[in-house]
Design a protein. Structure first.
Lengths: 237, 410
């Protein structure tokens, strides 16, 4: 068994330790004897068909500008993959761009690639700090947010969970993230996966299911270190 | 008028000290409110002017190097080595050193200011020379984004009156424009060992501009070789680590710009003697073993520190806190590659568990997770004469220093 992980724009979109998300996927595959190969996507590269997991992170504004054209070019292909249930995780900047549009402070609308039914409007303040999400399918999720965009969900997506600490999507409807098929969008970094390994295992399971057509049974791993780090993070101000 | 500000400031300083409040900001705040031109009026009169050292990594050690190089040239140097690199900290440092009569007996000021406060400083008082070291990811939860940091330094460069000394190899600093620019750089041979912030994340390296540099770090082994102008000089530096040696090239370029007639060989000789700054590679003796304390603030500094200070002879401890001065967000640990380490004896600090998890995913053995720093130090130094190194974030470094102070500093 081998999984191919597409990492979108690791150079431009890696502001908050998102490399850790890739490591979480790769190691948790390897520790179970599943081969994992990371396919780096840089602007101009084609998107291969045989992709099992897609991941993309956040970047600073100037870098976001440099990938927008390429993202629009590969947008339809990514949409096709997400809608054929390829497990996908997008964080912060790419979470926003996977939506319908981003409205900047001066009223300009930057079109997203329209995979996720949501839109984002620039806010006045940055929402920064530790976040705890509960009532999610993955139990309690911990992470760190740092964004000024305020995201609102449309009808065709469901939230990842509700926030019990921090702001989440917009700071007023208590929702965080979005779910659509096997795609998860979120503002949480930290990075999100290492301290929330259930989400990693969800991505891996869904990838295996798609390849084999059978429900996946993942071997249990010793997650003591993950659990301890998760617990401490949930108590930080 | 000036005299009343000085008396008032000194009085507040005495009072806060009597109350056992070591905080250096209050007297500065009082004077800043009363007399907004205080800094300009005092430092603006110095015969050699004001030098500002800014950038993400290496400010403290570089400021110390610059100040000591000027001192070795016979200048009386005023510097804000109080640990408070705000405008208020500068005022407090002035108050401490100025006579009631208003006499301020210095030739030049060398100020360490972080990026945001360097801009604030430039708004209240003139800067004659600025030495801009690098822009790297640091405490993103404070500044928002790395581009904002670069913009701050652009503003500082624009406000600088005489010359701006720039790190040629930093993709953001090397591009800064100013009335008069001077560069310091690395030889082609060393450039690959010096990842810029972007290089940590990509397969390609953008070629930095190859503008001529006034001072270059050419080689670094047991000894460091610098070029100043066209001449090569070799020295055995007291400060360790490639980034310190590189920042030393920046310090040389700055001093040569302010004092073009200074003797190169003498500068190099003074440079070699300079010791590490507080918490930046200081060495202590604990239970018969040498313990070196290394500050790590952000991924690039941590990466360079690992490249310079990891070997088979030492035992290692890592201490991670998440106070505001450390950065509340510990995501940055995942942008560091720890694979050079074979074994970490103890991880500690408020976020010890995050560090342990990070090491797990690089498949590095961790001996013990001990959040309490005092207990961790005890455990780390309990037995074994092996020399030791501790990588620590800012507040962890301060705490560790307190715990082991009283032990002798080498």
């Amino acid at each position: 068994m081998k999984l191919r992980i597409l990492h979108l724009y690791p150079k431009e979109m890696n502001l908050y330790g998102d490399h850790g998300n890739i490591l979480s996927i790769v190691k948790r595959c390897e520790w179970r004897g599943i081969k994992a190969e990371v396919v780096v996507h840089e602007p101009g590269d084609p998107i291969p068909d045989d992709i099992d997991i897609i991941f993309g992170g956040g970047g600073q504004d100037s870098n976001q500008n440099t990938i927008e054209d390429d993202l629009r070019a590969i947008g339809p292909k990514l949409k096709e993959l997400v809608e054929s249930d390829v497990p996908t995780l997008v964080v912060c900047g790419l979470y926003q761009l996977f939506g319908e549009y981003f409205q900047t402070g001066d009223g300009n609308k930057i079109e997203g690639i329209g995979i996720l039914d949501l839109h984002t409007v620039a806010g006045k303040n940055r929402l920064i700090g530790n976040v705890v999400v509960d009532e999610s399918e993955f139990g309690e999720i911990v992470g760190y947010e740092n964004h000024s965009g305020l995201t609102r969900l449309g009808k065709n997506v469901r939230p990842l969970g509700t926030v019990s600490k921090g702001n989440g999507n917009n700071g007023d409807d208590e929702l965080e993230g979005a779910r659509y098929h096997n795609c998860i969008g979120t503002y949480l970094h930290g990075p999100i996966l290492p301290k929330n390994p259930r989400i990693t295992d969800f991505l891996i399971s869904k990838a295996i299911e798609r390849q084999t057509g059978q429900p996946a049974k993942l071997a249990r791993l010793n997650d003591t270190a993950e659990t301890r780090a998760h617990k401490v993070a949930s108590t930080r101000p | 008028m000036k005299k009343t500000s000085i008396i008032l400031g000194k009085t507040v300083q005495k009072l806060t000290r009597l109350r056992g409040n070591g905080g250096s900001a209050l007297p500065g705040l009082v004077v800043e409110r009363r007399d907004p031109h205080f800094v300009r009026d005092i430092l603006g009169k110095l015969p050699y002017g004001v030098v500002v050292v800014s950038g993400t990594n290496g400010k403290t050690t570089t400021t110390k190097m610059v100040a000591e190089l000027f001192e070795a040239q016979g200048l009386k140097v005023f510097t804000n080595n109080t640990g408070s690199n705000f405008v208020r900290g500068v005022i407090s440092a002035i108050l401490k050193n100025i006579k009631i009569s208003g006499k301020f007996d210095y030739d030049i000021a060398v100020l360490e200011l972080d990026e945001a406060h360097a801009v604030k400083y430039s708004e209240v008082a003139p800067i004659d020379y600025a030495l801009l070291l690098n822009v790297q990811r640091d405490q993103l939860d404070r500044f928002g984004e790395i581009d904002h940091t670069a913009d701050c330094l652009k503003k500082v460069a624009k406000a600088t009156k005489k010359a701006v000394i720039l790190n040629r190899e930093d993709p953001r600093i090397g591009k800064i424009e100013a009335k008069s620019t001077v560069y310091f750089g690395l030889s082609d041979e060393l450039i690959g060992e010096f990842p810029s912030d972007d290089d940590l994340l990509t397969k390609h390296r953008e070629k930095a501009s190859r503008k001529p540099a006034l001072a270059t770090l050419e080689k670094l082994g047991k000894e460091a070789t610098f070029t100043i102008g066209k001449e090569e000089y070799t020295a055995s530096l007291n400060v360790k680590g490639i980034y310190n040696a590189y920042n030393a090239a920046g310090a040389l370029a700055l001093v040569k710009t302010v004092l073009p007639d200074s003797d190169n060989a003498r500068l190099i000789e003074s440079l070699a003697k300079i010791k590490s700054a507080f918490g930046r590679g200081e060495t202590f003796m604990i239970n018969g073993a040498e313990v070196e304390l290394l500050l790590v603030k952000n991924p690039s500094a941590f990466q360079l520190s690992l490249a310079s200070f990891v070997d088979d002879e030492h035992e290692y401890m890592i201490a991670i806190n998440d106070a505001i001065a450390d950065g509340r967000d510990v995501s940055w640990l995942w942008n560091v590659n720890f694979k050079g380490l074979k074994h970490v004896k103890v991880v500690s600090g408020v976020r010890a568990t995050d560090m342990a998890l990070r090491l797990k995913y690089d498949e590095i053995e961790t001996g013990a997770v001990v959040e309490d720093l005092k207990a961790a130090i005890e455990r780390f130094t309990k037995n074994g004469e092996k020399p030791k190194r501790i990588f620590a974030t800012y507040t962890a470094m301060l705490e560790i220093r307190k715990i082991i102070s009283g032990k002798s500093i080498l």
